[in-house]
Write a protein that binds this ligand. Structure first.
Ligand SMILES: Cc1cc2nc3c(=O)[nH]c(=O)nc-3n(C[C@H](O)[C@H](O)[C@H](O)COP(=O)(O)OP(=O)(O)OC[C@H]3O[C@@H](n4cnc5c(N)ncnc54)[C@H](O)[C@@H]3O)c2cc1C
Length: 454
C-alpha cells in the first residue's frame, strides 16, 4: 500500500482481512489533531486506495482514572478546533460519549478497516486490544506521538536517558520530517453518522467528572499549540540552553498540555525547533525527544509504571532502609494539597499546579523530592506525589507523569552518596535551589496568580 508514513510506525493488530464497508475509520484517541498526524494520513491513503470515504471518530470516555473537569474541558475545546480542521479537509469527526472500545466497535461494523493512533498507558492499550480482538476488519495501529517509534528505539526498558539517547539520536534525521498531507479523494461530510454537538455548552454535564478542579485559562487546540510554539521559538528558544532551569526566566515552552492531548505533534515541534537552530535547539530536543520518549519507553515496558514497585531495586531498597529516619518536617496530605507547608517555594510550586495545571520543569523535581522528604513512608510519598500531579495537572496522567514522579524516587538516575531519609537517592534541597536562582520574581508571579484565583 502507498502510505506517506514510515513503516516502523505501523503495526497491524489483528489478522482480519479487508472487507467491503461504507468507510475507512480513523479512530482518533491520542493524536487529537488534523496536522502532522501519521495515523490520519495512513488512514487517508488506505481510504483512497479502497475508494472509500475516511471517517474520523473520537470516544469521550465518561470518566478516566484520576481525570477531573479540568483536563476534559481542555480536551473538548481542542476537539472542537480539530473537528473544524478535519472538516476543512472533507473529513467528518464523529464524537460519542461511551467506553472507547464500545464506541469504536460500533462504528467498525460499517468499516472496511480501522486505523488507530497509539496509547502507551494501561487503559489506552486495553482499549486498543479490545477493538483489535472484536472488530470484524483489520485494526492498524500507527505511532504518531513519538518521534522515533518506541520499539525501534529500544526493545526493552532503558536504564537511563544515556542508553536511549545513544539509540535515538542517530535515528533523528530519518524521523524528523514533514508528512505529506492532503484531502481524501472521497469526503465523508455527507455520511450523516450521529455524534455529539461539540458546540453544546452542556456537553460535559453528562459526564461523571470531579468539578472541584476547575478548568484553566489556557487556549486549547492545535492552533493555540502552534501559537505557543511560535512564541517560544521567537522569544525563548535562544535562552533555553542556559536559562530553562530558572523558574523566573520564562524560558521553557509550556507545550506539555498540548503534547499530552496530541494537539501538536512532537515531530512537528522538534522539526521546527531544529529548523530554527541555535544553542537551544539541541537542549530542547534532549528534553522533548530523549526525556519524553524515555517516559514512553518506561510505561510501555514496565508493568508497574504507576507503582513504587516499578522503581529500580536499588532505589526501593535504599528508601526502605531509611524509611524510619526522622524527617525534617512532616505534613499530612491535606496540608500538601492546600500548599500549606513552611516552605514558600514548595507552596508556590503547588499553587502553580493548582492554578495553571503545570509546574515549572525544574521546580517540579524539587516539588516531588520534598514530598519524599516530608512523608514518613516512601511508598506513601510516591502515591501522594503521583496523586497531586495527576489530580491538578493539565498534562497529568501522561507517561511523563509516571517517569517524572519516579525520577524523584531514583528512576532513570544513579545512586548518590548515602544520606538520612534520601538514602542513595539524589537529594534536592531548598538551600541548593536558593543558591542557584533568584526566586523572587517567580514567587511574586505565583502569589499574584493565586490572589487572582481566590
Ligand atoms: C515530579 C515530576 C512530575 C512530572 N509530571 C509531568 C506530567 O504530568 N506531564 C508531563 O508532560 N511532564 C511531566 N514532568 C516532566 C516535565 O517536568 C514536564 O514535561 C515539563 O516541565 C513541561 O513543561 P514545558 O512544556 O514548558 O517543558 P519544556 O522544557 O519546554 O520541554 C518541552 C517538552 O519536552 C518534554 N519534557 C521536558 N522535560 C521532560 C522530562 N523531564 N521528562 C519527560 N519529558 C520532558 C515535555 O513534553 C515538554 O513539554 C514531570 C517531571 C517531574 C520531575
Amino acid at each position: 500500500m502507498n502510505t506517506p508514513v514510515e513503516r516502523e510506525r505501523v503495526q497491524v493488530r489483528n489478522t482480519r482481512p479487508l472487507r467491503p464497508g461504507r468507510y475507512v475509520l480513523y479512530w482518533m484517541q491520542a493524536s487529537q489533531r488534523a496536522g502532522w498526524n501519521p495515523a490520519l494520513e495512513h488512514a487517508r491513503s488506505l481510504a483512497d486506495e479502497l475508494d472509500l470515504p475516511l471517517l474520523a471518530a473520537f470516544a469521550l470516555a465518561p470518566q478516566y482514572p484520576e481525570a477531573t473537569l479540568r483536563p476534559y474541558a481542555f480536551m473538548v475545546a481542542g476537539l472542537r478546533a480539530t473537528e473544524r480542521d478535519l472538516r476543512d479537509r472533507g473529513i467528518a469527526l464523529v464524537v460519542r460519549i461511551g467506553d472507547p472500545p464500545a464506541v469504536a466497535l460500533d462504528l467498525a461494523r460499517d468499516a472496511a478497516a480501522v486505523v488507530v493512533d497509539r496509547g502507551y498507558l494501561r487503559p489506552g492499550r486495553a482499549w486498543r486490544a479490545a477493538v483489535a480482538a472484536g472488530a470484524p476488519c483489520p485494526v492498524i495501529e500507527v505511532e504518531g506521538d513519538a518521534v522515533v517509534p518506541v520499539e525501534l528505539a529500544y526493545d526493552r526498558a532503558a536504564w537511563s536517558a544515556a542508553v536511549l539517547r545513544r539509540r535515538i539520536v542517530p535515528l533523528l534525521d530519518r524521523f524528523l520530517r514533514p508528512l505529506a498531507e492532503g484531502a481524501p479523494r472521497r469526503p465523508s461530510l455527507g455520511l450523516d453518522i450521529p455524534g455529539l454537538d461539540l458546540d453544546d455548552d452542556r456537553l460535559l454535564d453528562g459526564l461523571d467528572l470531579d468539578p472541584s478542579v476547575p478548568p484553566v485559562d489556557l487556549p486549547a487546540g492545535p492552533t493555540a499549540a502552534r501559537a505557543r510554539l511560535a512564541s517560544f521559538l521567537e522569544e525563548s528558544l535562544s535562552r533555553y540552553a542556559d536559562r530553562r532551569s530558572d523558574p523566573s526566566a520564562n524560558a521553557t515552552s509550556g507545550l506539555s498540555p498540548y503534547l499530552h492531548f496530541g494537539q501538536i505533534s512532537p515531530v512537528e515541534v522538534a522539526w521546527r525547533v531544529r529548523a530554527a537552530g541555535g544553542a537551544g535547539a539541541e537542549a530542547f530536543v534532549e528534553e522533548l525527544v530523549v526525556r519524553r520518549e524515555l517516559a514512553l519507553n518506561f510505561t510501555l515496558y514496565n508493568a508497574h509504571y504507576d507503582r513504587f514497585d516499578g522503581l529500580p531495586a536499588w532505589a526501593r531498597e535504599t528508601l526502605a532502609a531509611h524509611a524510619a529516619d526522622p524527617r525534617p518536617a512532616t505534613y499530612d496530605p491535606a496540608a500538601l494539597d492546600g500548599a500549606q507547608t513552611d516552605d514558600p517555594v514548595w507552596n508556590a510550586a503547588q499553587q502553580e499546579l493548582r492554578c495553571t495545571g503545570t509546574i515549572h520543569g525544574y521546580l517540579r523535581m524539587y516539588w516531588g523530592k520534598q514530598i519524599l522528604l516530608w512523608t514518613p513512608d516512601p511508598e506513601r510519598a510516591f502515591r501522594l506525589a503521583l496523586h497531586l500531579n495527576n489530580r491538578y495537572g493539565l498534562d497529568g496522567r501522561d507517561p511523563s507523569s509516571y517517569a517524572g514522579v519516579g525520577w524523584c524516587f531514583g528512576l532513570h538516575d544513579r545512586p548518590f552518596p548515602e544520606r538520612p531519609v534520601w538514602g542513595k537517592v539524589r537529594p534536592m534541597t531548598r538551600r541548593g535551589l536558593a543558591a542557584k536562582f533568584d526566586l523572587r520574581p517567580y514567587l511574586a508571579r505565583i502569589a499574584s496568580l493565586a490572589r487572582h484565583k481566590e
